[in-house]
Design a protein around this ligand. Structure first.
Ligand SMILES: C[S@@+](CC[C@H](N)C(=O)[O-])C[C@H]1O[C@@H](n2cnc3c(N)ncnc32)[C@H](O)[C@@H]1O
Length: 131
């Protein structure tokens, strides 16, 4: 997917941001919540404003490490402003089709992203390469 196409698809509105901010790990990603253990490293792809990602970081604790990634720089900026003080949590701009982390994560997750993509299988393959 071309970068400008990604930008179009992720165009922001205040309503979208307030919906994303209302998410939580336990309520809106409960299956993942049940899998997390202290010390895990986790990549959350399409993290939006990072509400779920923060919950992941709290669940894995200080011995764990969490990266939230999203194609939309404005959402990543919001995520940094709201959750940047969590020590084991960082946020980065990126594209699910071009993941290139130089580390292997214990777990790579996404919530409410694949359904929006033109090539969800390609995106899943890309995620698998990061574990
Ligand atoms: C419906 S939101 C879900 C956000 C969050 N995971 C949640 O459950 O609240 C989908 C997110 O995927 C991001 N996104 C869309 N295309 C993407 C891509 N190609 N790579 C990474 N993120 C993408 C959007 O910017 C948006 O933040």
């Amino acid at each position: 997917m071309k970068a400008n196409h990604v930008q179009d698809r992720t165009a922001l509105s205040g309503k979208l941001i307030s919906v994303l901010n209302s998410r939580s790990l336990e309520r809106t990603h409960p299956r993942l919540a049940g899998m997390l253990l202290p010390g895990l490293s986790v990549l959350d792809v399409g993290c939006g404003t990072g509400a779920i990602t923060r919950g992941i970081a709290e669940a894995v604790g200080p011995s764990g490490h969490v990266v939230g990634m999203d194609a939309n720089p404005q959402l990543i900026e919001q995520a940094r402003q709201m959750h940047g003080s969590v020590p084991n949590l960082t946020f980065q701009v990126g594209d699910i089709y071009h993941l290139d982390y130089k580390e292997a994560f214990d777990l790579v997750t996404c919530a409410r992203l694949l359904v929006w993509l033109s090539d969800p299988m390609g995106a899943l393959m890309s995620m698998m390469e990061e574990t």
